[in-house]
Ligand binder design. Structure first.
Ligand code: SF4
Length: 362
């Protein structure tokens, strides 16, 4: 069982086999102007992405849906979602962004006002500073608790699923509070509501998520099919991206400060953290020169791949030099720090304008 509220998943291959997620590399060639996250294999899996390639290639309307449960600080791993939203926005997609304040209340005991504050100040400000255009007509941001379409649809959806099904998908037990049991239905409604008549009717919807969210995706697709007669919902598509390894070698997590570079870290702190990050370097200089480094086990290399180096040939060159022992980790870290410094300076300079825009959004 995958637990969307807790566990970390590392074995992506096993996951795709076990749950029938398809390899993203098989569809990447059909995507016009595919993003780096796509071509570099960071997005590794999908469900039904062919509907999205069809929409992209034939100028058909589609929507992109994602949600956030505001419960901590935004770190550099979360930037991946923003990069994906920006890409879909540039391809003409409607963007729906749900702030899961009802889920935050039920699962984490965070009240609505705190959810709103955290979402705007910690997340949305960064989304805007990172380049998401929230001023477009086709950008829709909402709090779950204030979206009647979502709440009404969640209620209707509840009719098509039993407690025993919910328990087998999510592992709920006798101690789980009822509101928590209800939250997956809200997420299903989040994903399906862009297809209601008042939002333009049935259309493909892409949901870019981490693999821990797959239970929600499977449930949503099942329910979409069950509502075929009433709403003609198109079963939504999903992509799954890898999580970033933390600076210490474990999964990057908001609640573990040593693992994460937060987007609101000062430039100095971000660089300091990068300098002390775990690398795939060998124990001694001699060994590194003889055996080469291990970029596939290196959090610095991951930073370069995910966020810092746009040019594929430059990235290839770093990887080759690392594998051949031609560069050492100190030099490589210095290069990563320089790039990170630029990224954070840029982000900081855009944040005050982003704060003003965010203030008026909800
Ligand atoms: Fe990582 Fe660079 Fe060291 Fe290779 S040389 S292990 S990529 S820090």
């Amino acid at each position: 069982m995958i637990d969307p509220w807790g566990s970390s998943i590392i074995d992506y291959e096993k996951l795709t086999q076990q749950f029938g997620i398809k390899a993203f590399k098989d569809v990447v060639g059909d995507i016009p102007d595919a993003s780096k996250l796509m071509t570099r294999g960071i997005i590794f899996g999908h469900r039904d992405y062919e509907k999205i390639t069809d929409a992209l290639n034939n100028n058909k309307k589609f929507a992109t849906m994602t949600g956030m449960m505001p419960s901590g600080r935004m770190h550099i791993g979360h930037k991946m979602v923003v990069d994906q939203l920006k890409w879909y926005q540039s391809m003409g997609s409607d963007i729906y962004l749900s702030i899961a304040d009802m889920e935050a209340y039920a699962a984490r005991n965070i009240n609505k006002e705190e959810s709103r504050r955290l979402a705007l100040e910690e997340y949305i400000v960064n989304y805007i500073a990172l380049g998401l255009d929230v001023t477009r007509d086709n950008f829709h941001l909402y709090l779950q608790s204030e979206n009647d379409d979502v709440k009404n649809l969640a209620y209707l959806i509840g009719k098509k699923i039993t407690f025993s099904q919910m328990r087998s998908i999510y592992g709920f037990d006798n101690s789980t509070n009822i509101s928590h049991i209800y939250t997956p239905l809200l997420q299903v409604a989040d994903i399906l509501h862009p297809q209601l008549e008042e939002h333009g009717g049935p259309k493909p919807v892409i949901v870019p998520v981490g693999p821990d969210q797959d239970p929600h995706i499977r449930l949503t697709r099942d329910i979409a099919a069950k509502f075929n007669e009433e709403y003609s919902f198109v079963e939504p598509s999903a992509t799954f991206h890898r999580f970033m390894t933390g600076l210490t070698g474990e999964k990057m997590s908001s609640s573990k400060p040593k693992t994460a570079i937060y987007l609101t870290d000062t430039v100095k702190d971000a660089v300091k953290k990068t300098k002390s990050a775990k690398t795939g370097g060998r124990d001694s200089l001699k060994e590194q020169k003889e055996l080469g480094g291990q970029p596939d086990k290196c959090s610095i290399y991951e930073l370069l791949v995910y966020h810092l180096v746009d040019d594929d040939s430059k990235l290839e060159e770093i990887k080759d030099k690392c594998l051949n022992g031609e560069i050492l980790c100190g030099e490589c870290k210095a290069c990563a720090c320089e790039l990170l410094e630029k990224m954070f300076e840029d982000l900081n300079s855009k944040r005050s304008e982003a704060e003003e825009i965010a203030e008026n959004l909800l």
